[in-house]
Each structure stands twice: as structure tokens, then as C-alpha cells.
Design a protein around this ligand. Structure first.
Ligand code: AHG
Ligand code: MN
Ligand code: MN
Length: 350
């Protein structure tokens, strides 16, 4: 047999997850999780197709209504939200779904184990200018019994309870990056086959970490601890750090994961809780960051330990290479202790 035929096959997403050790091993729920991931893959491909032709179709621009947080929805936000919900509802692979775009959670199949939370289109202000956007998802086992309708508490779990989390990045190529608790793995879509193939096994933050990503236009409104950290980025003894900010968490996070760096959405004087949403953005990205050897905090406390109190709760986010996140936390504790939000809202150890 020629060498060509003996090469190791490159696994696609479904094959890889089945073969992988994860939190679901031997629970009997592996098949259900696999059906759920299949639904996510399908919706991602449909959204990817629409995004790719966004410049052609009459799909750009505002949809003319606002989401529950008073933000203008873009047409593709609505489309992506609809496609992901449709894929999960039609296949009845979850007991409930909650998305950034909907006021409340949606009940699906009460006889299943998982709830999914998602930001169907992240970075949506970038669509009109042909810059990368993403989808973020987060999966938990329900707390309420299987066979009963899904409950609010099933969605309001601390992030450390996540069974799986990931994102789809609609970039120069389309990637699905996922963790099921056994490292972070990246799959790249082969558009000709419509298949996500393993391209980045066991992604880890590199030791070098010299990128910072923050909307520095808000500088004056930042707490002193953040200003001090930015001063250190500007005046590092090895030369200034590079500022890279796309304004799409998925893209900024992805670059920093590959190249080493920190993404920050700090509190400001006006928005003391920052901008990002704990359940749809901070928690899934925090789980991925930790699984890749990084960290994620609100400037003081570990994101994954925060006990959520509402579905659309916002939270400051410092995420990326561990040493940079540690340094921000140090400076926040030293200079801005009044900004600590969650000292009394951490979930007790379980
Ligand atoms: P979304 O498009 O889902 O509302 O999220 C946008 C978020 C995040 O992806 C991005 O990093 C941040 O908002 C950008 O905010 P600023 O424009 O305030 O920098
Ligand atoms: Mn978002
Ligand atoms: Mn969004």
C-alpha cells in the first residue's frame, strides 16, 4: 500500500468528539450531545452561507426593530437567531434555548438533558463593513428533572457547570472552536464538502502575550486599575504591546488565543457592569480560555464562579493569557476596589 493511503485520516467534528474523553463519558448522554452538535454544525453552515452572500443579497442594514436590551438588531442577527433556534427545535435536541436576541427562554423537548444558550451573531456591527463575525454557544445539563418542562434555574447556572462551549468564526475561513472539558479544538469548514475538519488540536495560549484588545476610546471612563494596566502595555520594558481591536469578541478572542494577549471589556463610569453578557458571551469564552490555559475574570473574580441572577445579565470581562489577566486583577484590586461587583455573588463550591 502506498504511503498516501496509510496517512492518518483527519477527523471531522462528530468523529473527533465521539472519540474524545469528555464530561459526558459513560453517562449515556453522548448520543444526545452528538445530535445537538450536529444541529449546531448545520445551523452554522446555513448562517455561513448567508454571511458570505451578505454583500449580494438584500440582507444588509437594520431590521428596524430592537432586541430586549434596546440595541438595534441587524437583519443577520435575526436570521442567525432564527436558524439556530429552528435547527435545535426541529431536531428536538435540547429541552430549552435562550438567546441574546430573545426576551425569555424557549421550551423545546422536555425529555432531553441539555439547555443551550447563545449569542447567534456576535460583532454584528461589523457585518455592514465585511469584517468577521461569530456565533457563541454554551451547553449545560438541566437541573430540573428530565420529563418536566425546562425551568429558569436550568439556564441560571454558574459557568463552571458548562458541559460544552464554543464559537463559530465566520472569518477568512469558517471555523468552529469547541471544548467539551478536554482541551480546546478547532475545526475548519471545507466549503466544498460542507464538513468541519480538525485543523487545530489542543489549542493553548502561547507563552508570549503582547497583544491587548480594548475599546480605548472609552479610556477616560475606565477605572484607575485599567488605566494603570494600559500604561504598562504602552511602556513595557520590551517595547509597547500591540493594540488589536476588531470589535467582535469572537474574532478578538480567537486572535489572542493563537497569538497571546488579553481582551478587555471593562466597566465604565456609566456602565458599571460593562457591556458583555455573562450567559451568552463571558461564560462560554471563559470556559474556552481556561481550557486553553488562560483565565477570565471580571477584574476581581473568576467569571465561571459567578452565580447568575438574570438571563441578560452583563459583566465586565478580562480574558486571555493568564499572566495578563492576573496583572489586570492585581491592578484593579490595588487601584479600583470599589469596582468589585460579585464578592457576594459567587456560587458556593459544589
Ligand atoms: P453583539 O454584536 O453580539 O452585540 O456583541 C458585540 C460586542 C462584542 O462582540 C464586541 O467586542 C463589543 O461588543 C464591541 O463593543 P464596542 O463597540 O463598545 O467596543
Ligand atoms: Mn455579542
Ligand atoms: Mn449578538
Amino acid at each position: 500500500m502506498s504511503m498516501e493511503h496509510m496517512a492518518q485520516p483527519i477527523p471531522e467534528l462528530g468523529e473527533f468528539i465521539i472519540a474524545n474523553k469528555d464530561k459526558l463519558r459513560n453517562t449515556g448522554q453522548e448520543a444526545e450531545m452528538n445530535r445537538l452538535l450536529t444541529a449546531i454544525k448545520l445551523a452554522a453552515k446555513v448562517v455561513n452561507r448567508e454571511i458570505n452572500k451578505a454583500g449580494l443579497a438584500d440582507i444588509l442594514g437594520a431590521a428596524g426593530n430592537q432586541n430586549v436590551q434596546g440595541e438595534e438588531q441587524q437583519k443577520l442577527d435575526v436570521f442567525a437567531n432564527h436558524k439556530f433556534i429552528q435547527a435545535l427545535v426541529n431536531r428536538e435536541v435540547v429541552c430549552g434555548i435562550c438567546t441574546e436576541e430573545d426576551d425569555d427562554f424557549i421550551e423545546v423537548n422536555k425529555d432531553t438533558h441539555f439547555v443551550m444558550l447563545m449569542d447567534p451573531l456576535d460583532g454584528s456591527s461589523n457585518i455592514d463593513v465585511n469584517v468577521s463575525v461569530g456565533t457563541i454557544f454554551s451547553i449545560y445539563q438541566r437541573l430540573s428533572p428530565v420529563g418536566s418542562p425546562v425551568e429558569r434555574r436550568d439556564f441560571l447556572q454558574p459557568g463552571r457547570n458548562q458541559i460544552a462551549a464554543g464559537y463559530v468564526l465566520y472569518g477568512s475561513s469558517t471555523m468552529l472552536v469547541i471544548t467539551t472539558g478536554d482541551g480546546v479544538h478547532g475545526f475548519t469548514l471545507d466549503p466544498s464538502l460542507g464538513t468541519f475538519f480538525l485543523s487545530h488540536r489542543n489549542m493553548r495560549y502561547p507563552a508570549k502575550a503582547r497583544i491587548y484588545s480594548v475599546n480605548e476610546g472609552n479610556y477616560r471612563a475606565f477605572p484607575e486599575g485599567i488605566k494603570q494596566f494600559l500604561a504598562e502595555c504602552h511602556d513595557d520594558e520590551a517595547g509597547p504591546f500591540s493594540l488589536r481591536y476588531i470589535g467582535s469578541l469572537v474574532s478578538d478572542f480567537h486572535r489572542n488565543l493563537l497569538q497571546g494577549g488579553i481582551y478587555m471589556y471593562p466597566p465604565t463610569k456609566k456602565d458599571k457592569k460593562g457591556k458583555l453578557r455573562l450567559l451568552y458571551e463571558a461564560n462560554p469564552m471563559a470556559y474556552l480560555a481556561e481550557q486553553a490555559g488562560g483565565r477570565a475574570t471580571d477584574g476581581f473574580d473568576r467569571i465561571l464562579d459567578i452565580q447568575p441572577s438574570e438571563l441578560h445579565q452583563r459583566v465586565p470581562l478580562m480574558i486571555g493569557s493568564a499572566k495578563l489577566v492576573d496583572r489586570v486583577d492585581q491592578l484593579m484590586r490595588q487601584h479600583s476596589p470599589d469596582c468589585r461587583l460579585h464578592a457576594n455573588q459567587l456560587a458556593p463550591a459544589n
